[in-house]
Design a binder for this molecule. Structure first.
Ligand code: APR
Length: 241
């Protein structure tokens, strides 16, 4: 698998007018907007054990600690702005329409702030919550709850986030989009967390696969090409106009 850099030397990917693109993004695309990646020193995750704040067991044991953590993440993310990579993907959607499938592992709303309308948030959304019990659908919630919020039905309200051990959202539509794509791009994901880390292997044989990020991911050998560089530098020129 060839590693290449610097970013301005990459040839733009060209598409025919029927080809479909699947883009998977990870924490790296939001890093330049000020949201720390999970493995970053100094990131929010350093102060918490992930079992405590991002697992059903942690929620069962200390729901108020879980809400303190997500409240901090909400405040932090609300202040962040999309960068050139988010904006380029917003523009790509305007140009490709439904031929682009944008799937993110990120729970922030920077893709939406960058102009993307159809975003598959496979690990959930930071600014949505849901009742643990009743049929009320997930709802927008931007509050940094100081105490445990309750639904009208009396049950606890939890973050609309996929925790470790839970099944990611949208796996059926994701599977169809992976099958249908001709070009598969991952941007800023360490390739360590499944099932997303396995998507590239699922499209091998029918799609061209490209990774974008400053360092090769754990699953680098599964990609045709790794374009080493920061998302804000590489993504705007990734596709031919
Ligand atoms: N541009 C592109 N990529 C970057 C940048 C940048 N400016 N800065 C860092 N990266 C890359 C890093 O090289 C790393 O490979 O972003 C990646 C971040 O990796 P992780 O922190 O592991 O994030 P991610 O792969 O999205 O994690 C997946 O794990 O903790 C769970 O549910 C959580 O969705 C998350 C999942």
């Amino acid at each position: 698998m060839p590693l290449a850099g610097p970013s301005h030397l990459f040839a733009p990917l060209s598409l025919t007018d029927r080809q479909r693109v699947f883009v998977l993004t990870g924490a790296g695309i939001s890093a330049e907007s000020g949201i720390r990646t999970f493995r970053d020193a100094g990131g929010l995750w350093e102060k918490y054990r992930f079992e405590e704040v991002a697992s059903p067991e942690g929620w069962a044991a200390h729901p108020e600690v879980v809400w303190r953590f997500y409240g901090q993440r909400r405040l932090q993310a609300a202040a962040c702005l999309p960068n050139a990579a988010h904006q380029a993907l917003g523009a790509l959607e305007r140009s490709l329409g439904e031929r682009l499938f944008l799937c993110t592992q990120n729970v922030d709303d920077l893709h939406e702030k960058g102009g993307s309308v159809r975003v598959c948030h496979m690990h959930g959304e930071l600014f949505r919550s849901r009742c643990e019990v009743c049929a009320r659908p997930p709802f927008e919630d931007r509050a940094a709850h100081a105490s445990l919020p309750r639904c009208e039905c009396g049950a606890r309200v939890r973050p609309h986030i996929v925790w470790f051990g839970e099944v990611p959202f949208g796996m059926d539509v994701i599977a169809r989009a992976l099958e249908a794509c001709d070009v598969f791009v991952t941007i800023g994901s360490s390739g360590a967390v499944y099932p997303a880390a396995g998507f590239v292997a699922a499209v091998r044989g029918h799609a061209r696969t490209v990774y974008v990020g400053p360092e090769a991911p754990d699953n680098a050998s599964a990609f045709d090409e790794c374009r080493l560089g920061r998302a804000s530098e590489v993504v705007p020129g990734l596709f031919a106009a």
